[in-house]
Design a protein around this ligand. Structure first.
Ligand code: JFZ
Length: 472
């Protein structure tokens, strides 16, 4: 009997070892870390939770329209539309003159909305640089405006207490050496030169704007990029050595087998998962324990300024729900804005910022520095938990008609205190309705934005009597 057991254990161990060997492909340029970064810079990023994305460039001038026709794709992609000649697009910079650009005002609006970080497009796929790069002529310096956009923006946002991140596209439609795939030796030589150019521009950005906290890379899906995993690895290490603590999402990297975001062993590369674009995870299982960030447009799929927003435009309440959902699943949420060519924001965006800001002013505590609460999700909305504490927030997006919000706690926990965020002094009286189960009554009225209830959880002292399981 004993020998049987021993043999069984040995067999199991052997199977486990075999499975491990089979699952692990030796990689030189895969993930270099298992699990999330734990340093202070990453902890800071993780607590910010809410960011502002800005897509701005010469594409704001046509604003999704050319010769009276509407481009139905994303406005910042208009150069790739057959109706618009490349030559016409490539002359637009001669008209770029955002005389009303006021970065101090931008930063103020972002702060009032509640954003704790911003991401600005230093260079999108068209190759136009919003900073006067010494490695390109196609920059803000060649426009009638002439002045750097990025520096004053980073400074103004930092002064408003907002961290700055730089978006940078690897795709560069303006650069003669950029390639999507490498078919000839000449292509390889060109792409080799292009990679040096990219490295130079990135170093230049870090040298010019030393307070930036990270890069947000894009356009890394082409073969020419993803088939050189070694270069993406070296580049990431180079940048992080130049600028210790720098945060880089998973969109920069590929491994030597061309796997992107996750290496061939399914381990996350980069500092957080950067694939949540205009969609969010639904459960905590979907994020696999990784840090992540979701980026969202206000209309369906417009990043740059488009004169005609077609289709559904998201409301402040929808955005707030997405933001809270992200925090409840350990992620950051970034909302995009596309300023007009004169440097101002469209009215819809300004109103949206104010709407979100009004709510954040009262309820921001339920977002910043919070994460997954570890409680069973309920139909009324989302729980967040102030990281490392017993304070939980209920963000109620759907108030039930019976006026009671169900809360189910893990065994042995109880609600010590409950309060409404809009009136923190007024206690809410939870009703015990079962073992570890409560109803939180809410006032019957019309709710025009998500209601937030704070809970202080405690260790339960005695068992809650009188609740028996039904015998079936
Ligand atoms: C890219 C850009 O092409 C677009 O213009 C914008 O800048 C956006 C933020 O990024 O578009 C993408 C990139 C990745 C996905 C979808 C659109 N994705 O992973 O689903």
């Amino acid at each position: 009997m004993k020998i049987c057991k021993l043999l069984g254990v040995l067999l199991l161990m052997q199977q486990l070892a075999a499975a491990q060997v089979k699952d692990t492909i030796p990689l030189q340029h895969g993930a270099h870390r298992i699990g999330n970064r734990t340093d202070a810079d990453m902890q800071r990023w993780r607590a910010l939770r809410f960011g502002q994305f800005i897509h701005w460039g010469v594409y704001a001038i046509p604003g999704g329209m050319w010769n009276g026709k509407v481009y139905n794709g994303a406005a910042e992609w208009i150069r790739s539309w057959k109706e618009m000649p490349h030559e016409a697009y490539d002359q637009l910079y001669k008209q770029f003159n955002p005389t009303k650009y006021n970065p101090v005002e931008w930063a103020q609006q972002a702060r009032d909305m509640g954003a704790k970080y911003m991401i600005i497009t230093t260079k999108h796929h068209d190759g136009f640089c919003l900073w006067p790069s010494k490695y390109s002529k196609y920059t803000i310096a060649s426009t009638p405006y002439k002045k750097d956009i990025i520096g004053p923006m980073v400074e103004a946002y930092n002064k408003a207490g907002i961290d700055a991140y730089l978006y940078f596209s690897i795709i560069d439609w303006n650069h003669p050496d950029w390639r999507t795939s490498l078919k000839t030796a000449a292509d390889s030589a060109a792409m080799g030169r292009f990679k040096i150019f990219v490295k130079n521009q990135l170093r230049e950005l870090l040298e010019r704007y030393p307070t930036v906290k990270g890069f947000w890379f894009d356009g890394t899906w082409d073969e020419s990029w993803k088939n050189d995993g070694a270069f993406t690895d070296e580049l990431e290490q180079y940048l992080q050595k130049l600028h210790p603590g720098l945060i880089i999402g998973s969109r920069l990297r590929a491994d030597e087998k061309g796997a992107r975001h996750f290496d061939s062993n399914n381990r996350l590369m980069g500092d957080y998962e950067q694939g949540w674009e205009r969609k969010l995870p639904n459960t905590i299982a979907d994020v696999h324990g990784n840090d992540w960030e979701g980026v969202m447009t206000v209309p369906e799929n417009q990043w740059g300024y488009h004169q005609q927003w077609n289709g559904h435009v998201k409301s402040a309440n929808e955005i707030i729900e997405m933001l809270v959902k992200s925090a409840s699943l350990n992620g950051n949420f970034v909302l995009n804005f596309g300023p007009k060519p004169d440097g101002t924001f469209r009215t819809e965006e300004q109103e949206l910022m104010r709407g979100i800001g009004r709510w954040m002013k009262v309820n921001g505590e339920a977002v910043y520095g919070t994460g997954y609460a570890g409680l069973d999700k309920q139909d009324w909305g989302y729980y967040t938990r102030k990281t490392g504490t017993d304070t939980v927030y209920m963000v109620v997006c759907n108030v039930p008609v019976n006026g009671n919000l169900r809360v189910k706690l893990p065994a042995g926990r109880s609600i010590g205190k409950a309060w409404m965020m809009e009136q923190p002094g007024v206690a809410v009286q939870p009703e015990v309705i079962g073992r570890d189960e409560y109803f939180i009554p809410v006032p019957s009225r019309v709710y025009t934005s998500p209601l937030v209830i704070g809970l202080k959880l405690e260790q339960r002292e005695r068992g809650q009597g009188g609740f028996e399981k039904a015998k079936t």
